[in-house]
Design a protein around this ligand. Structure first.
Ligand SMILES: *Cc1c(COP(=O)(O)O)cnc(C)c1O
Length: 396
């Protein structure tokens, strides 16, 4: 008997409903409302060549599959998803699938530090080269295209300076030249729809807003063209980058509240950004929801629902010495790498996430020694502000 819950119709469902109901049904055996964690390496087969769709967890796992279905339902655009052990495992799988020796990537100049490390310290060894371009002027992407360019990879907002890239404008270029465009959408999980703007592939670090509770590390790749999913799947099972079932299960729980959380992260971030802008010890605040944001019009166009995410970049007066003072004096906010979870986190890119670059390399892309990256959590905004205020007031 097919359970009536299998017949639920989510075709018109909104983001909250999809986050809670897509990809899973109450367990047909026990009625358990949450899906089981299929903590298994292998699957017994009925006969040679007869199985129930899974053969070995390096290739696929029902709990991971449930998360993949939920992620693709939320992304829409008839997309499919694959989940990975980390965001970096997803990016590694993407690059090893689309590129071979002698080929070339165009990457926006400000991206997650780990992505730069993968490109410059690992892929370079195998003869894959990368051009970093100021992609906010989309014509720079077009001018960097070579005969051997096989991937355009952008992040927007960029980590950590929050400058934006115009996905629709860059997608026009990628389509004209027939080069796939991949967007790292981590910062705007649930608030930016790259497929609707013409991108081919979306990368997530699910570690961040998608899990949202600092409980797991994980990554995902989504695509609308099944050819990419098939190829990524082949690479994933070959190099072994799939996500563990327990982590997938935890992320399934996190996804239920993504739409709620991302709006609250955004509201908190806007309140904190406004507070920082008015603080005498703060020299500069960058947040896409502030009218002072240089690309405010693009932010309004590209981000959904009038929300701009939970990430803020700011500089205190007095440079690195005072920045370090702020970071060493917060008590509610944690000095920690990562972002996008319930706990507010504060980071010093120059000494933490972007420490592998030289000071000159950092300065060329706007990461000053005094820049602070702030991930607004879900605590009451007034409490976060009070903590930042007492830490800022220790600056000289
Ligand atoms: C964290 C992060 C990654 C890498 O993801 P991991 O899960 O840490 O491997 C990639 N891109 C962005 C924008 C990130 O914030």
């Amino acid at each position: 008997m097919v359970s009536r819950y299998e017949n639920k119709d989510l075709s018109q469902a909104g983001a909250m409903t999809l986050g809670i109901h897509s990809g899973t049904v109450p367990d047909p055996v026990t009625g358990a409302i949450l899906p089981p964690i299929y903590q298994t390496a292998t699957y017994a087969q009925e006969a040679v060549g007869v199985n129930k769709g899974h053969t070995y967890t390096r290739s696929s796992n029902p709990t991971v599959l449930a998360l993949e279905k939920r992620l693709s339902a939320l992304e829409g655009s008839n997309s499919s998803a694959l989940c990975f052990a980390t965001g970096m495992a997803a990016l590694t799988t993407l690059c090893l699938t689309l590129l071979k020796q002698g080929e070339h990537i165009i990457c926006s100049d400000v991206v997650f530090g780990g992505s730069v490390r993968l490109f410059d310290d690992i892929l370079n060894k195998y003869g894959i080269t990368v051009s970093y371009v100021k992609a906010e002027e989309s014509h720079n992407v077009a001018s960097a295209i070579r005969e051997n360019t096989k991937l355009i990879f952008i992040e927007t907002p960029a980590n950590p300076t929050l400058k934006l890239n115009d996905i629709a404008a860059i997608a026009k270029i990628s389509q004209k030249y027939g080069i796939p465009l991949a967007v790292d959408n981590t910062f705007m999980s649930g608030l930016q729809k790259p497929f609707e703007l013409g991108a081919d592939i979306i990368l997530y670090s699910t570690t961040k807003y998608i899990d949202g509770h600092n409980a797991t590390v994980g990554g995902a790749l989504l695509a609308t063209n099944p050819k990419y999913i098939e190829e990524f799947n082949f690479t994933r099972k070959t190099i072994g980058t799939i996500q563990a079932p327990f982590d997938a299960w935890l992320i399934l729980q996190g996804l239920k509240t993504l739409d709620l959380r991302i709006k609250q992260h955004s509201e908190n971030a806007l309140a904190i950004a406004k507070f920082l802008e008015s603080h005498p010890k703060v020299a500069k605040v960058v947040y896409p929801g502030l009218s002072s944001f240089p690309q405010y019009a693009l932010a309004q166009r590209q981000h959904l629902k009038g929300f701009h995410g939970g990430m803020i970049a700011f500089e205190v007066i007095g440079g690195a010495a005072n920045a370090i003072k702020v970071m060493n004096n917060v008590r509610l906010c944690a000095l920690a790498e990562s972002l996008g979870a319930a706990e507010s986190l504060i980071t010093h890119p120059a000494s933490m996430t972007h420490v592998n670059m030289t000071q000159e390399q950092r300065e060329a892309i706007g990461i000053s020694e005094g820049l602070i990256r702030f991930s607004a959590g879900l605590e009451d905004a007034k409490d976060i502000i009070a903590d930042l205020d007492q830490a800022l007031n220790q600056c000289v």
